[in-house]
Design a protein. Structure first.
Length: 194
């Protein structure tokens, strides 16, 4: 190496390339990182209390910034959220959340919201109707065609979603595996026109 392209770190006493140093510093970046980590561990209580105080003081500004950033990058945020919720780590986190009081309350709110939607619509589907629908579809998913079993259980999918004004009636229900049902979400079924 050329003499002007190397320096010796004052902490580790190793000769390193000039790019491994910050301007006007005598310690290399690796040594500074190590020292900073040690300081954070030693002063963890102080750091946490400082961050908490800063967050409390700037709560509204942080919230405004997060909302603004979300709407500016909405598609990217949705893709990241979707990828995380489908990952093993995301599923484990959600399963853990469902076991907490907050998680139970969240699920109850969702069920209550869905029940309130049922109250304003036609609900005529019976257990017999559901059995007939399953037979009509030969105990297969209406979307992917996989056969139902003890492992792959059927779910009731609303062709016109309840949230879009669909009824809970035999004419609006098809059997779907959980994967297809959740993939469809609350979007209406796109029918091909011949």
């Amino acid at each position: 190496m050329a003499a002007e392209m190397v320096r010796i770190c004052k902490r580790c006493a190793v000769e390193k390339h000039i790019a491994d140093f910050r301007p006007h510093r005598h310690s290399c970046k690796a040594c500074e990182r190590q020292e900073h980590r040690a300081w954070l561990i030693k002063n963890a209580g102080h750091v946490i209390s400082y961050k908490r105080a800063y967050h409390d003081k700037h709560k509204n500004e942080e919230r405004t910034y997060r909302i603004k950033r979300y709407w500016e990058n909405r598609e990217e945020c949705l893709l990241k959220t979707r990828a995380y919720s489908r990952s093993e780590k995301g599923r484990a986190a959600f399963a853990k959340f469902r076991q907490t009081e907050k998680g139970h309350a969240n699920m109850k709110r969702g069920r209550a919201k869905r029940r309130s939607l049922f109250a304003d619509m036609l609900c005529t589907l019976t257990a017999e109707d559901w059995a007939n629908i399953l037979q009509e579809h030969d105990f297969r998913c209406a979307y992917c065609g996989r056969s139902f079993s003890d492992v792959l259980r059927p779910t009731q999918d609303h062709v016109v979603p309840i949230s879009l004004g669909g009824n809970h009636a035999a004419e609006n229900i098809v059997p779907a595996c959980a994967s297809c049902n959740s993939s469809k979400g609350n979007r209406p079924l796109k029918r091909s026109v011949a």
